[in-house]
Design a protein around this ligand. Structure first.
Ligand code: 5GP
Length: 194
């Protein structure tokens, strides 16, 4: 998606630890016109698939998931991060290791909002080591719902998440895949470029 790549190149800030900051249009201030384009592109890529629910993870996936859901005409459920231990029973839960914060937390989804008969598209802003998507896929599996695939805005292709999930048979559609980025020069090379 050329518009997205141009925006990343113009406004993205490369930080240490292989972190790309896109706070001016995706993760803090949100460009909802760009989000609409992104949602429509996900709809094009998953055209023909039966999808009746979008699942994301709080907090940074929620905005993009909501606008994408308008293209699909389906509800969004977001997995909540929690430290409450006493939650057995009414929720599906698993553990996720955070890429940006480096710690492990529990995520939960109420059994009320995910279950057998649901055909689920996962949406998230970034794909790095794949832990967030892996956790969401685990909740889908535990609920008896069907996982249709995952839509990602920015995949860091030099990190292992994308390959790992695709090797497991999960369809992952990323709108911009970064093959290399250099903190010192500020250079970003997208997949398909020299
Ligand atoms: P993963 O679980 O694939 O290792 O990391 C994905 C999650 O970590 C995303 O939900 C995203 O919030 C966060 N993340 C990973 N890499 C980056 C990055 O380079 N920049 C930002 N802003 N978030 C990232």
């Amino acid at each position: 998606m050329e518009e997205l790549k141009a925006r990343i190149r113009r406004d993205g800030k490369i930080k240490s630890g292989n972190v790309l900051k896109v706070d001016s249009f995706l993760n803090h201030q949100m460009d909802v016109n760009l989000f609409t384009e992104i949602g429509q592109e996900f709809k094009r890529r998953f055209a023909g698939e039966e999808i009746n629910k979008i699942l994301t993870i709080e907090a940074s996936g929620i905005g993009i998931a909501c606008i994408t859901a308008q293209s699909f005409g389906v509800p969004v459920v977001f997995a909540k991060k929690t430290q409450t231990k006493n939650i057995a029973g009414e929720v599906y839960t698993t553990q996720v290791e955070s890429f940006t914060h480096g710690r492990v937390y529990d995520i939960i989804v109420s059994k009320e909002f995910l279950g057998k008969g649901d055909k689920v598209l996962l949406i998230d802003d970034f794909l790095a080591n794949g832990k967030a998507l892996e956790g969401l896929a685990c909740l889908v599996r535990d609920s008896g719902a069907e996982l249709v695939g995952a839509g990602i805005v920015i995949e860091k292709g030099f990190q292992p998440g994308g390959d790992m999930l695709r090797a497991r048979g999960i369809r992952v559609e990323s709108l911009a895949v970064i093959d290399r980025m250099d903190e010192v020069t500020g250079t970003i090379v997208f997949r398909g470029e020299a």
